[in-house]
Design a protein around this ligand. Structure first.
Ligand code: JHZ
Length: 392
């Protein structure tokens, strides 16, 4: 793997601090990005053991945003109408934002974070509080194989993807299909979204790389939908290579063509990205420091995992951003790792109390702008670093 970007020493993105452990030395790792010229995979170079990230303290809940709730609801409708699966499995079911759209008899969740699995179990959904692997695949499919496996924003979090595909292959019925949804590398490059990389995001996939990997397991992509979630994602529809029931759609060719045209197979593309990111850091700091020098009050909106990368890479702390607002109960009154900026319970933005708002959850810009119309109308301004740092 060839290194193309160094985002410095970073804490674990979702290891939020409590007031008590604020002074404790945090565990940090070097966040570097690399490109594998053989299979075209882009990944982080040093990884953190999964148990340190995905455990009973995991604070992220997928259902916190309207955009995500709607996206999962619409997909569920489509799945029911188009594929009519009897047995469905979701890998990485989080707080049940997708599961809840199905009949409890038809769907099983797999979620290693106890606090999240507890939520879906309490609602009566069969949920395995385990990491997805072959042992679990065998256990779940003792009686029947699975017609449809869905996994969103999870595959990119698992280092050993081979073992994942082996277990998926074992679990799928003869004509079963797999739907994967993850941030698109092409969109990440286009938007200079370097914050898509943190300890949990081991990979950001291109269609080119995913297609190559799937082939090793007798699987192929037969359709791709582009979704606007998480800054631009790809939803891959995957079947067994020898299953001729679904024809391979033009969307697959189109995606591959666009990625090749952009240069995702070439190391030079990543070197150029790296230069843009260095400029992005300088520009963001310049904007924030100028505002601070003019005694402006800046807060953050959405204490995202992505923010952790930005704040730590750009050395932004609570002297620059006073605090972050977030709606997630698990995050409130905690502190962002590294930068130690406090997360407060969300309150509607008010221009009387603050001047500028850094958009941590830039991927939900439209949803947030709709919510904060009055703040914007009265003169309040947002700051973003995507695709280049500016005041909006
Ligand atoms: P959001 C997480 O990343 C972690 P993050 C994980 N690794 C991953 O892959 C993606 O999700 C899928 C808050 N919010 O989705 C809620 C408001 O407060 O961009 C969330 O804390 N008000 C699993 O953390 C955060 O912002 C709002 O109006 O980068 C959004 O986090 C809205 C819309 C959100 O993911």
């Amino acid at each position: 793997m060839k290194k193309f970007l160094d985002l410095g020493l970073q804490p674990l993105a979702n290891s939020l601090l409590t007031k008590k452990n604020l002074k404790k030395k945090e565990k940090k790792f070097r966040l570097q990005l690399g490109f594998n010229s053989k299979n075209y995979l882009v990944s982080i170079i040093n990884t953190v053991p999964k148990e340190k990230m995905f455990n009973e303290k995991y604070p992220y809940k997928s259902s916190e945003s309207h955009t995500m709730r709607l996206s999962f609801k619409n997909l569920s409708k489509k799945i029911k109408n188009k594929f009519k699966p009897i047995k469905i499995l979701e890998i990485g079911s989080n707080d049940g934002v997708f599961l809840k759209n199905f009949n409890k008899k038809n769907i099983i969740g797999v979620e290693p974070c106890k606090n999240l699995a507890k939520i879906t179990k309490a609602k009566g959904y069969k949920t395995y509080t385990e990491y997805w692997n072959m042992k679990l695949s065998k256990k779940i499919t003792q009686k029947n194989k699975i017609d449809l496996i869905y996994s969103a924003n999870t595959l990119s979090h698992i280092k050993d993807i081979s073992s994942i595909f082996k277990a998926i292959n074992f679990a799928l019925s003869k004509n079963g299909i797999l739907i994967l949804e993850d941030p698109s590398l092409l969109e990440c490059m286009r938007k200079n979204a370097y914050d898509q990389f943190y300890c949990e995001h081991i990979y950001v996939f291109s269609t080119i790389a995913l297609q190559k990997i799937l082939k090793n397991f007798g699987l192929e992509i037969f359709d791709i939908e582009k979704t606007s979630t998480h800054g631009g994602s790809n939803r891959y529809y995957i079947k067994r290579c020898n299953d001729n029931f679904y024809e391979v759609k033009q969307s697959v060719k189109n995606n591959l063509k666009a990625e090749k045209k952009y240069g995702l197979q070439s190391f030079l593309t990543y070197k150029k990205f790296s230069k843009r990111i260095l400029n992005s850091k300088k520009k963001l700091l310049k904007i924030l420091l100028k505002l601070k020098n003019n005694n402006k009050k800046i807060i953050g909106y959405g204490a995202t995992a992505k923010s952790c990368t930005v704040l730590n890479y750009c050395n932004i702390n609570d002297k620059i951003i006073d605090y972050f607002y977030d709606t997630t109960s698990f995050k409130i009154n905690k502190y962002l790792p590294g930068s130690k900026i406090k997360i407060k319970k969300y309150k509607k933005l008010n221009f009387k109390n603050l001047d500028y708002v850094f958009l941590g959850a830039w991927n939900f810009k439209s949803e947030i702008f709709k919510k904060e119309k009055s703040f914007i109308r009265s003169g309040g301004k947002f700051i973003t670093h995507i695709p280049t740092p500016k005041i909006l």
